[in-house]
Design a protein around this ligand. Sequence first.
Ligand SMILES: *Cc1c(COP(=O)(O)O)cnc(C)c1O
Length: 428
Amino acid sequence: MACAHKSFPLTKARLQSLVQQHPTPFYLYDEAGIRQNARAILNAFSIFPRFKEHYAVKALPNPFILQILAQEGFGADCSSLPELLLAQQAGIHGEDVMFTSNETPAKEYKTALAMGAVINLDDFTHIAFLEQTARIPDLISCRYNPGPLKGGNAIIGKPEEAKYGFTREQILRAFPLLRDKGARRFALHTMVASNELNPEYHIETARILFELAVELWVKADIRLEFVNLGGGLGIPYTPEQQPVNYTYLAAGIRKAYDALIVPAGLDPLGIHTEWARAVTGPYGWLVARAIHRKHIYREYIGLDACMADLMRPALYGAYHHITIPGKEEAPCTETYDVVGSLCENNDKFAVQRKLPKIEAGESTGDFVVIHDAGAHGRAMGFNYNGKLRCGELLLGSDGALSLIRRKETLEDYFATLSAKPLPLCRGL
Ligand SMILES: *Cc1c(COP(=O)(O)O)cnc(C)c1O
């Protein structure tokens, strides 16, 4: 059986020379791919009078990547103080930053306000909280939870069971109250999808926001400046799946816009998004090496990476395609569980996966490339079992490789302990 194909930008020979300087495991990102994708998104959505994509920083919190996106005209979506600082470092400022947080501490609101970011409130009680701890800004956004109006998808679940956002009735009360408290510009946000490949789902989300925009105008005399459709655009993790067609998606949203927003006299209304996975996901890979082979009831390939480097397969049973550089054309004759070294049996990058025959060895083993790790990959890494998080390399548009984050060291691991060891409990 032939192996299904997914592309990886480096040859085995280039990897072999690369690891002399940067041993596996590491993440690799492709600048040219990210830029091309960003341009395709902007091109498709240029049919709207105003469009802005705020890349969700949590998915790949590296300012070098954020800077590339900023150069393409993207803003940032942040949910914490460190993420606000990352956006700032990447040169993303003012209203190009959405601050979509929940259970927000006062200090974070203050920083976001000082930076001129768009505050996106998660709850009705935060109107008073924001007013008391800081002030109500000129421009304010509220996060809408459509509850039973929206079916929900597999990963994110039903909106009714989600902790986020205002109910419809609260939204209708919130904006007039915010106006009474001095706000002059208004935006409406929702986030009801995760890794959703069906464009109709996203078009329906836009329609729900447009309907509420019209209702706010008619019932409360609130004219929105923009709606933010949130994130959740899916990517094809398996080789059989197809990417979302941006042109089709934009046209579908435009149709709803023409049916609802234009006749209500609300044109121009800004269309904002917070996609992350669809922006960088396909342009990042976790590169590891097969260091051990094990034959018991199943055949195992043990990697020098583990779920502390990429948690999605263990966390969601998510499929991540695997290729073996140099064996792209080899037949998939073997069935392996490809595993990491964590003391957790769910530390498996692939279960019963058809792959070419893999050679193992600490310096001679095959490279194992795990695809679609460019979003929610290293960012979800952790230190459990004393695992040190791996570094990040960028393949520049000019073909040069640069280290944009080094590996963690033992010194990093011990750095947060108090300087002096705890006194021993004598006499116990
Ligand atoms: C996680 C998140 C995103 C990005 O989600 P993707 O699925 O990566 O597009 C956008 N907005 C908010 C509020 C989020 O929590």
